[in-house]
Ligand binder design. Structure first.
Ligand SMILES: [Zn+2]
Length: 466
């Protein structure tokens, strides 16, 4: 691209100038500058295509958008490149940007870009939501009775738009099952109330398509731009008479799943507030041992395979032992003294060493059991080592870094001040176990099965020897 210039020297010797800056960067720098000068830019040379028949006044909803599309004669074909951008997912700095670029070919606009807009949207962060927000923003500034082509690199957005054609969001059970259902229902409402004929077109992302890259840079720059407006929640969540609101956030995610998650989180919080789970709060080294609750639940429920030597009755005992260990509910003397104070007097001490009170921590630390505990933990580690080596071979990678990471975990050494080995034995397994396999391109579900099987094996040994 080269801008028009009168300078002969440049015109003769230059055909292309490559700039490290995008149009979006430039607009962000230049627009506040001319605002500060309080001068309106002169776009008169670009106005040839503007029709004198401005039939549609913008909806109230649309006032928030700084830019509207360049109006065309009624019934015209609007072309938009839309894009979304998601950054910092999983952190408090998460941000979703959206953008649209209106294209009017062969009318004298620089590279056919008639106008563009960008902004942000809040809550329910996902890249698909950012993409859908871009489409919503573009359609909300499009006049009624138009034909619209949306160019996007998001297949999810295209699928979503196709569903709008069949009124899927306004009158079917699909509504609450769709993620971002309020946003999609609002897009569908725009399509129907404005009688828009929409055709989505898939473009390849990051493939050098000028307009797509332009839209991409606009969406990316929205995160930090003071001028990028936030799509107001009220605008895109009012297509139905009922809204689900919790803590001032409008629900846009499958309510059934959301309630389930909410209750699971509440139950987990209750569980962790029990005294017997206080040790979890002692695991504060985020680089060492962080409990992976998904893996923990999965392993608890993972039943060992039955065969001739390991029958259903064995499995039932294994299961009971595993849960009692997890809940610190094994019939150890210190527990029995509380539950059956008529049978167990306070003086009773560990049956093995006769030296200490027998609670779960002592069961692990007891001097008479130290070497066997150490062996069992060592074989747990070796088991994981061999599986990691297998995974490295499959991925054709050097296993050394992952083996080193695994052996550096504090949980392999037992001591009275080491809560990570206690956590491991209780069955609260660390994120690292899975991460190491995932880093070697093993899918998470498969990694969970491998770890759960190894842990079950460990539980069996523990049950036999302790
Ligand atoms: Zn003892």
């Amino acid at each position: 691209m080269i801008l028009p210039t009168n300078c002969e020297r440049i015109r003769q010797s230059t055909s292309e100038v490559i700039s490290p800056h995008t149009w979006a960067d430039l607009s962000i720098t230049v627009i506040p500058y001319y605002w500060r000068l309080d001068l309106s830019p002169d776009f008169s040379s670009f106005s040839s295509v503007i029709a004198d028949d401005l039939t549609v006044s913008p909806l109230i909803d649309d006032q928030f958008l700084l830019s509207s599309s360049v109006p065309l004669p009624s019934g015209s074909h609007y072309r938009y490149y839309t894009d979304g951008s998601l950054i910092n997912l999983g952190t408090p700095e998460v941000s979703m940007g959206w953008s649209w670029v209106q294209i009017i070919p062969d009318t004298g606009y620089l590279n056919s870009v008639a106008t563009y807009a960008h902004g942000t949207i809040q809550n329910w962060p996902s890249s698909t939501r950012a993409e859908a927000a871009a489409i919503y923003a573009a359609l909300s500034v499009t006049p009624a009775d138009s034909t619209v082509t949306i160019y996007t690199d998001s297949q999810a957005a295209i699928d979503g738009l196709r569903l709008c054609a069949s009124s899927s969001y306004s009158n079917s059970r699909l509504f609450y099952k769709t993620t971002n259902f309020e946003l999609w229902a609002s897009i569908e409402r725009l399509v129907h109330t404005k009688s828009l004929a929409i055709s989505p077109v898939k473009v390849k992302g990051h493939d050098g398509n000028y307009w797509n890259e332009f839209a991409d840079s606009l969406a990316n720059s929205a995160h930090l731009s003071d001028m990028a407006p936030l799509l107001p929640v009220g605008a895109y969540t009012s297509s139905h008479p009922v809204r689900l609101v919790y803590d001032n956030v409008v629900c846009e995610s499958n309510p059934r799943r959301l309630f389930k998650l909410h209750y699971q989180a509440t139950f987990l919080k209750d569980l962790l507030s029990l005294k017997r789970f206080q040790f979890v709060y002692c695991l504060y080294d985020r680089n060492d041992y962080v409990v992976d609750w998904e893996l923990t639940w999965f392993t608890l429920n993972f039943s060992p395979a039955h065969d001739a030597s390991f029958q259903a009755s064995h499995a039932a005992r294994h299961y009971t032992f595993k849960f009692k260990l997890f809940l610190d509910d094994l019939p150890l003397l210190e527990k029995l003294k509380v539950t059956r104070s008529d049978l167990y007097i306070d003086l009773l001490t560990c049956r093995s060493c006769r030296d200490r009170m027998e609670d779960l921590m002592h069961l692990i630390l007891c001097s008479k059991r130290r070497s066997v505990m150490h062996q069992i933990l060592q074989s747990y580690q070796n088991h994981l080592f061999s599986k990691l080596r297998e995974a490295s071979d499959l991925a054709d990678q050097d296993p050394t870094p992952s083996l080193r990471k695994l052996s550096s975990l504090s949980c392999w050494t037992i001591s009275s001040s080491n809560w990570s080995s206690y956590a491991l034995i209780r069955g609260c397994l660390p994120t690292m176990f899975i991460d190491l396999f995932v880093e070697l391109s093993i899918p998470r579900p498969s990694a969970m099965k491998v770890v759960a099987a190894i842990h079950n094996n460990f539980i069996q040994k523990l049950r036999k020897h302790v």
